[in-house]
Structures are given as C-alpha cells and as structure tokens.
Ligand binder design. Structure first.
Ligand SMILES: C[S@@+](CC[C@H](N)C(=O)[O-])C[C@H]1O[C@@H](n2cnc3c(N)ncnc32)[C@H](O)[C@@H]1O
Length: 242
C-alpha cells in the first residue's frame, strides 16, 4: 500500500520529465485507427507513473550519447522510444509481436515528424535481430510471458550488443514472493481462490540471481535500483564486457 502511494507521488513529482506530450485527441485517434489494446494509450498517458520504464530510459540518456543506436524488444506502441527521440536520439528501433501496437507506434512517430525502425516480430523467436546496438532495452514485457526467463533475453540478444554496450532491463523482485496473493493474478484478488488465474508476473529474481545469469553471457551490472512499485521491481543496466 505504502509502495503504491510512493509511486503515485513520485509520478507527479517526475511528471514534467517523463511524460510524452502527445495530445489526448491524437492518442485516442491512434488507438481507434489501429485497434491497439487500451493499455497502450493508458501507458502513454501514465508513463511518469511507470518508473520501471522511465528510470532505465533516463539512465540511457546519461550513459550513451544521443548518436547511440538503441533497440527495444517488446516495445509496444513505442512510448519509451518516442521519449528517447524527444531527447535527441535518432537511431531508434523496436520490435513487438502485436501488429496493432507497431502500427500505433508508427502513427505516434508521425505525430512527432520522425521515424522509428519498427518490426512486427516474436522477440523470443525472432526473424530479425539487430546488430551491434549500443543499447538493447527490454522493459515490462518478458516477465509476463509464461515460460520466459531473463536467460532467454541474454541468450537471444546478448551478442546483438556491441562490446562495452549495454542491456537495460527490469525484473520483478523476489521480494514479491513474500507478499499476500502473489501467486494470483492481481485483477482477481476479490474472486474466490478457485476462480483466480495464475499471477501475470511469471518470474521474480534476487539481484544475485540476475548477476549470475547475466555473467554467463559476458555482462556485469553497471547500475541497479530497487523501485517502490507494486509489485516490487529492480531495474538494471548491464554492460557487455566480452
Ligand atoms: C506491457 S506491454 C509493454 C510495452 C513497452 N515495453 C512499454 O513498457 O511501454 C508488453 C508488450 O509486449 C509485447 N509482447 C508480448 N509477447 C511478445 C513477444 N513474444 N515478442 C514481442 N513482443 C511481445 C506485447 O504485444 C506488448 O506490446
């Protein structure tokens, strides 16, 4: 409860920094035209209240020049890429499995009179892998996929990043395992136990587990922050050292 309140207040305090200044009317038009899930318009409007995406993006602006090539897997309608574009980044690309999300991203890029190199692709079984990127961004999608793991991300994309380049990602903290109802879907807490779906947060990790996993792929943690979100998350920037 306290974490939700902290996240809410922080969102307001950081709102000027993290929001995307797209008009509500255009956003609704994009949603309707592409038939993208309602979540995308919601996520763009409420971006400042999603620190697990804002903090890694902010770190990217601090750690690499705006000439860097950034590719986001599971990019949705491109809220993070568009935010980076507004901070001067031009070499941006992203993939998502949903055609409608990619169409919405393309329409939003038009709004900003820019282009993002998007592709519809299953990021866990990709037809396309970016090459020699400076930063590979992966936030708020992997831990929603049943059976997926952080290991998959590094196995598939670890070598797409230039040596000394970065992988920016978020993870559900293993602290969530000790919280009430963590095994159930958060939307089902008021339902009788037998009617509840399994949690939408499919894996959770300690920092030690993250460290051990990424080291097998030649990465080490450069930055880490524990976020007071619900569920609790950790965000990381890992650097490729070999
Ligand atoms: C919760 S949204 C997050 C979007 C974006 N990362 C953000 O934080 O704004 C999750 C996205 O992952 C995408 N997705 C799910 N499974 C995927 C897969 N196998 N490959 C690529 N994208 C996938 C969904 O289509 C959706 O757009």
């Amino acid at each position: 409860m306290l974490d939700k309140a902290v996240c809410y207040v922080n969102g307001w305090l950081q709102s000027y920094r993290y929001r995307l200044g797209v008009s509500q009317k255009y956003l609704q038009w994009c949603s309707k035209t592409t038939n993208a899930s309602w979540w995308h318009a919601y996520a763009i409007k409420h971006r400042p209240w999603r620190p697990h995406v804002c903090v890694p993006c902010e770190w990217i602006t601090q750690m690499v020049p705006s000439s860097a090539h950034v590719f986001e897997v599971g990019c949705g309608s491109g809220a993070n890429l568009l935010w980076l574009q507004q901070r001067g980044f031009q070499r941006l690309g992203g993939s998502d499995i949903a055609v409608s999300a990619i169409e919405m991203c393309d329409l939003l890029a038009k709004y900003y009179k820019t282009r993002i190199n998007t592709i519809v692709d299953d990021a866990l079984n990709p037809r396309f892998r970016p090459e020699k990127v400076d930063v590979l961004l992966s936030v708020n999608w992997l831990y929603h996929i049943p059976g997926a793991s952080l290991e998959d991300l590094f196995k598939i994309y670890g070598e797409c990043v230039k040596p000394k380049g970065y992988m920016a990602f978020d993870c559900i903290s293993s602290k969530y395992n000790a919280m009430p109802n963590n095994k159930n879907h958060t939307a089902d807490v008021r339902l009788p136990m037998e009617k509840r779906r399994p949690s939408e947060y499919t894996f959770r990790m300690t920092t030690g587990e993250v460290e051990r996993c990424i080291s097998r792929y030649g990465y080490k943690i450069s930055k880490k922050r524990e976020l007071r979100t619900f569920p609790p998350r950790n965000v990381f920037i890992a650097q490729r050292y070999c």
